[in-house]
Design a protein around this ligand. Sequence first.
Ligand code: ARG
Length: 407
Amino acid sequence: MAKRVVLAYSGGLDTSVAVRWMQEEWGVEVIALAADVGQPRADAGVSGEDFDAITARARGAGAVDAKVVDVRAEFADEYVLPALKAHALYEGRYPLVSALSRPVIARHLVAAAREFGADAVAHGCTGKGNDQVRFEVSVRSLAPDLEVLAPVRVWGLTREDAIDYAKRFEIPLTVTKDKLYSVDENLVGRAIECGVMEDPWVAPPAGVYEITRDAADAPDAGRDLVVRFESGVPVALDGTAMPLHQLITTLNGWVGEYGFGRIDMVENRRVGIKSRETYECPGSLALIAAHADLESIALERDLQREKARLEPRYAELVYDGLWFSPLRRALDAFVESAQEDMTGEVRLRLEPGRCFANGRRAQRALYDYELATYDAADSFRHEDAAGFVRLWGLSLETWARRHAPGS
Ligand code: ARG
């Protein structure tokens, strides 16, 4: 059994109890690692404050050391961005909030294990979810020599038991017995599950959503905003350049205000169960819409179609925990080569509950006015069309003759 363990620490009930439980039951030293992946915390504009409390709590629970890593820029640039370029939406809808953050956290778990001379890493996931798959597969892909421990999967404690355990060991917590939902959040958005929503017929109660307004409370007056892309990378909003993690955070605010970005779906988890999930992802959904719109004007037809075929596969492999795979790298290379000419701007229109493109332009747009227009400027060679269409339909025409009555 391991002697030193780096635990992916959120500051919540389970991971706090896990710090102490692993010490008591397995006799290991625990180092808590908290990652700032851009959790949109309502109570703290600057994440630093929050994270001080989190590390203090980890120490209070018995961690020999506690560390916070600010991975917002790395998360945005190396994980969120490739998925955005790939328009990665799991089962057509979910922009992979949790699925994208697990690999970056895993990478930092491994780095911390090296730094602290640990021989294992641990996570606080249950046995029913996807996140255990993502953590474990990612860690094993990066560091096959490290053990991966999953205390919550084996300890057999109910939520009540865990609260009692925390009381017994005086672990400082701010939880109540009736926690309503399980929430995971980062730059990409928020995932909210469990509680009354485990009945898929029950509408999400008011209060589950925090970064999107109800569309009924959105401003009546619509709003336009312009996203500028350079080689497929969103680089500016309304002419103001900013780093990607800040751009997404800003968009979350602008778009969330209009009540766009809520998702309510039943999805297929990797472990084979169907699960009712709600999400709010205003900024990331708006950016995917804008990026796809830019491709519509600047990406060559066949490349655009082939890319569209690969996009669901990309989303699946990220969802399924295979971020650090040769397939993901190969798909990224394909997607990246399609980004060469994706320099331009998309205008998004915000209206209550809606976000859609209503203008686009690109330096190397393939949209050609003289080809498309019905005006006098028309340069399309109409005389080419007749022969083309005849040959296009020749096979069907031949078939139809053979099947004509009496033939
Ligand atoms: N169902 C989503 C996913 O698998 C969200 C998971 C949220 N995780 C959580 N610990 N609440 O990606």
